[in-house]
Design a protein around this ligand. Structure first.
Ligand code: ADP
Length: 290
């Protein structure tokens, strides 16, 4: 099964639990901010932990907050927060409000490189909720019954773009996620579990691509199956793939883990890296020409 890094697990489990406890005279920040490089498993590991702890997660993606047709982002946050609170009350189950890529929605430097009305609204709303977690109202209605406290987790790449008072210690505890070699070895081993790769090969793989984020290894793993899937496509016929996958009574096809050597795996990794570099080269040349 998938591996959750111990430090990550501890931070998230503590945050969720402390916010559902009623500890007298203990100030617990409502928001946990997990920051670090993209693709390192912030969201994925949170999901694994929610599943294990049976915590009901209500999600918002930073992109949704930024979108001009999302309507009022402050209202959306309040609405989802209340939804989570009502879930706790109604079902007696822990809940969390999870905002992914917050710096996309509340960061100062967005696509327009300006501090937009939306980003200010998002920061102000979150601060307000952090300061009054049991009294979160929707515009135009008032509920006098206090709401259960709902822990919030936000993820992001670079929190230095966020409004400083929002990330103050009383409101947000911060956790910088930068998996160690040890973490990476275990995570990648978990990913490749059904292929049964020896640990020494995992070590070679992780050390060869030590500058890559975790999602690189996910992409690599998916490539292992390309040959078999391509064979399947040819066998069924391009025109019949849709029917075979979605309508046929034969059920979904299965692909047993293929045989491959460490050399092959490293070769695929280098190919992936080349593709990454092509994107990078194009970007640089566009910047240069533009
Ligand atoms: P982030 O939120 O840090 O940008 P994600 O959580 O989206 O990164 O992770 C990117 C991908 O890496 C996931 O979709 C998953 O395929 C893979 N991944 C990350 N962490 C793990 C893990 N602990 N076990 C297995 N796969 C993982």
């Amino acid at each position: 099964s998938y591996y959750i890094a111990p430090a990550f697990l501890k931070t998230v489990a503590l945050h969720l639990t402390k916010n559902h406890l009623d500890l007298p005279n203990l100030r617990v920040p409502l928001i946990l901010g997990i920051h670090g490089r993209k693709g390192e498993g912030k969201t994925f590991q949170c999901d694994l932990i929610f599943e294990r702890m049976k915590v009901h997660a209500i999600l918002i993606s930073g992109g949704e907050l930024e979108s001009p047709d999302a309507g009022d982002p402050a209202r959306m946050i309040r609405l989802r927060y209340r939804e989570a609170g009502e879930h706790i009350r109604k079902f007696g189950q822990m809940a969390v409000l999870m905002i992914n890529d917050l710096d996309a929605g509340a960061g100062r430097l967005n696509a327009m490189t300006q501090y937009t009305v939306n980003t200010q609204l998002v920061s102000a709303t979150l601060m307000n909720i952090a300061d009054n977690p049991t009294n979160v109202q929707l515009p135009g209605s008032y509920d006098p019954k206090p709401l259960p406290r709902v822990p919030i987790i936000v993820t992001g790449n670079d929190f230095s773009t966020l409004y400083a008072p929002l990330i103050r210690d009383g409101r947000m505890s911060k956790f910088y996620w930068d998996p160690s070699r040890e973490d990476r070895l275990h995570i990648v081993q978990g990913m490749f579990q059904s292929e049964g790769i020896p640990f020494s090969d995992i070590e070679r793989l992780v050390d060869t691509f030590s500058d890559q984020a975790i999602d690189f290894f996910g992409a690599l793993r998916s490539q292992i199956y390309d040959q078999q899937v391509w064979h399947f496509i040819q066998q069924v016929g391009l025109e019949r793939v849709s029917f075979r996958l979605l309508k046929s009574k034969e059920g979904t096809p299965s692909f047993p883990p293929p045989q491959f050597s460490l050399e092959q795996l490293l070769e695929w990794g280098h190919q992936l890296k080349t593709q990454q570099q092509q994107v990078e080269t194009r970007r640089l040349s566009e910047e240069y020409l533009g």
